[in-house]
Design a protein. Structure first.
Lengths: 234, 482
């Protein structure tokens, strides 16, 4: 990404040329007919800059999201079983490129890099724009935050609709379950250390029906938002 | 531990309160003082009690002057004791001051020095100069003494905070209350509070002692009760009367532990569990609508532990099972009369032995969740014998009701439920009621740190250990009866 940062103007131009917006109009039923044409989403766009700062409250605003996988059930045991199933190779280690595809049960699913203009990532908008199902689905998402120095005793703090499981640098740190709405800092990890350089934050969000989204930030030892990092998907 | 914790007694009491432990017999105790890590109180007749932790007490050494109902204050490098004696018969009496650099008789600096008479009554005037209460005004540093007992007025005189003696011996004492004794003044949020004991003492279970309070914007009064009645006309809002197994509370003394934790000492004229003896107690001091309220130390029982910050309950991070089992929808195999029709019978409380079969055998993480009456959300709080305590209470263990799974602090200052209670310091809990009625819950010790930490809500669904912040709700918890 450092190499890319040398040519930010060129990169922006290239990205703008292929920019795809995501749909925003919710469908009451929560079902999305395959391949239907959808309008642009107001909150999600393809990244247009090499790196992305967190917002004023520390929320991470750039993610790679995989198109949804079918999943049923929101209880702790069902969600834990769902996220432990291997859907694609290197499921817990991959940092995909935007547009990279994985094959799951005979279907090609694509990773999409997105920026959000809000504190959260609206997965309903994401899937709806792609004419993908929004109910009874599992979304994989991953991001890389770049810390200029080691940050000790911080906590990952997330909200999700609905259940979700989270990993930081490969270690599971949060699981919240049930049919829940997205509330900031709903799930909070134990104290952890973000190392200097890249740190990988990964999640799996399982939705039953209706709206679905997630948000994430880090809190310091005083519960204040951590903002001293950038998101760099490489 | 004393007889109160014999198995039979514990089984007999569903929700027992706990008086202090050890030798706690005393009458007219002074304000409890902390000196070099030990707690001290002094009573009538030269009696004294001492404690390392404020929970277990033993007999202490008589002070330099024996008398009636002493009170003590610590100013600068000296402890000033005010102690009264009748000269002849009541109401002819005098309050003497003595002082010492320490209350520890084993200290080389321990030496009582006489300071002389600071207040008196001549046997004719409308006052009986006993039962002193000393008050240092936090606003201006002025020192005051209230005194008196039934015969006539409770009076107020000013003392010299540099010497502990009367500031101007010729000043006329002010009358501030009547027909009571054991008075004390405290200050909070712009109000001066006069707490005094009404009713009769010294009659065992027939003693009508009760503590009442009035308040004033000035230390000199008038002190009005909640109905606007001046205490000099007999007014006084009830602060504490007889209840439970104790009769006749009197002789209020403030014990301010700071960080939003205030307690008060008193004696009961009769503790039914100690044969009707007069004993010391220390209880939480709460505040509601500008008035002091007597709190109660934690009672043994089973509770939901609810975060004031989030409204969610502390629970094991296990998959909960709905009470009565998962709803069976009509039309499904085994379906009943519909989702709103119920089962047609009584749904019993959740059986922890049944639902815990799927819980991990080892340590289990903690989290916060909506309270749903489920087994992993119900905690039994019980005192631990011979584990020490803190002012007013013993240390407790906190276990999932019906199991031995115990709440513990980890090496990383997080929370965990261990499979079995071992009595380790990180499994012992100090549970104190704060002035707003919520509770602060602190482990006796946290491995790898000497910092005092309390259970703290982080976000909506997680609990950890963090330094107590009296100004916020993170470390405040309600103990709800499930």
């Amino acid at each position: 990404m450092k190499a890319l940062s040398v040519f930010p103007t060129l990169l922006i131009a290239l990205i703008a040329a292929v920019m795809v917006n995501f749909a925003a109009v919710p469908e009451p039923s929560g079902r999305s007919p395959e391949n239907a044409a959808r309008g642009p989403a107001p909150t999600l766009t393809r990244p247009a800059t090499p790196v992305k700062d967190p917002d004023g409250e520390g929320f991470i605003r750039r993610w790679l999201i995989l198109e949804p996988i079918g999943a049923n059930g929101l209880t702790q045991s069902v969600v834990q079983a769902a996220v432990r199933r291997e859907y694609f190779p290197k499921q817990f280690t991959i940092i995909p490129r935007d547009g990279e595809k994985v094959q799951i049960e005979g279907s090609d699913l694509t990773w999409h890099a997105v920026d959000t203009s809000l504190h959260n990532i609206n997965l309903y908008h994401f899937a709806y724009a792609l004419s993908k199902p929004t109910s009874n689905v599992l979304f994989w998402a991953v991001t890389v935050i770049d810390c200029s120095r080691e940050l000790k005793d911080v906590r990952l703090a997330i909200g999700s609709n609905a259940a979700s499981v989270w990993w930081v640098n490969g270690k599971e740190v949060i699981g919240i379950y049930g049919d829940r709405q997205s509330v900031i800092d709903d799930g909070v990890s134990k104290r952890l250390t973000l190392k200097k350089g890249p740190n990988v934050v990964r999640c799996a969000v399982v939705n039953g029906g209706g709206a679905t989204d997630f948000c994430a930030r880090f809190l310091d030892k005083d519960d204040a938002p951590v903002k001293s990092f950038t998101v760099n998907l490489g | 531990m004393n007889f109160r914790y014999s198995a039979a007694v514990v089984l007999a009491l569903v929700s027992a309160a706990f008086a202090l432990d050890g030798q706690i017999g005393i009458h007219d105790p002074s304000t409890v003082m902390l000196c070099d890590g030990k707690y001290y109180t002094f009573g009538t007749g030269g009696s004294s009690l001492v404690s390392d932790d404020g929970w277990t007490w033993s007999r202490g050494v008589a002070p330099g002057r024996r008398g009636m109902a002493p009170d003590v204050i610590h100013i600068g490098d000296r402890y000033y004791m005010y102690v009264a004696a009748n000269i002849g018969g009541q109401p002819k009496a005098a309050v003497n001051m003595i002082s010492n650099r320490t209350l520890d008789p084993d200290s080389p600096e321990y030496k009582w020095e006489e300071g002389g008479v600071v207040a008196s009554s001549d046997g004719i005037e409308d006052c009986n100069a006993i039962d002193p209460g000393v008050f240092l005004d936090p606003n201006d540093g002025r020192l005051w003494l209230v005194y008196g007992s039934y015969f006539g007025y409770i009076r107020l005189v000013e003392l010299n905070p540099r010497t502990g003696k009367r500031l101007n011996p010729d000043d006329q004492p002010r009358d501030i209350a009547i027909n009571c004794e054991a008075s004390a003044i405290i200050y909070r949020d712009g109000w001066y509070y006069l707490l005094a004991t009404h009713g009769s003492c010294c009659r065992g279970t027939d003693s009508g002692y009760n503590i009442r309070v009035g308040r004033s914007r000035k230390v000199t009064g008038p002190f009005l009760d909640n109905m606007g009645i001046d205490m000099i006309k007999g007014g006084g809002k009830l602060f504490l009367g007889s209840s439970g197994r104790v009769v006749g509370p009197g002789h209020f003394g403030l014990l301010d532990l700071e960080d939003g934790v205030q307690k008060f000492s008193c004696h009961y004229e009769a503790d039914l569990d100690r044969g009707g003896a007069s004993v010391l107690d220390i209880r939480p001091l709460l505040w509601k609508d500008g008035w002091p309220v007597a709190g109660e130390n934690v009672r043994e029982g089973t509770y939901e532990i609810e975060s004031v910050r989030t409204g969610t309950a502390l629970e094991l991070a296990v998959e909960g099972v709905p009470v009565g089992g998962r709803l069976r929808m009509p039309g499904m195999p085994g379906g009943g009369s519909g989702i709103f029709g119920g089962t047609g019978g009584i749904i019993p409380p959740q059986d922890v032995t049944q639902v815990s079969q799927n819980w991990p055998a080892g340590n289990i993480d903690l989290r916060l969740s909506n309270y749903m009456l489920q087994a992993q959300q119900k905690w039994t709080i019980a005192p631990v014998a011979d584990a020490g305590g803190y002012p007013g209470s013993p240390y407790f263990k906190i276990t999932i009701a019906g199991t031995d799974r115990a709440l513990a602090a980890t090496d990383e200052a997080e929370l965990v439920a261990v499979p079995a209670f071992t009595g380790a310091p990180e499994q012992l809990w100090r549970i104190e009621q704060l002035t707003d009625g919520a509770y602060r819950i602190m482990p006796k010790a946290v491995p790898n740190t000497r910092e005092a930490l309390a259970i703290s809500a982080v976000g909506s669904s997680f609990a950890t250990l963090a330094r107590f912040d009296p100004g916020g709700d993170r470390q405040r918890w309600y103990l709800n009866t499930p």
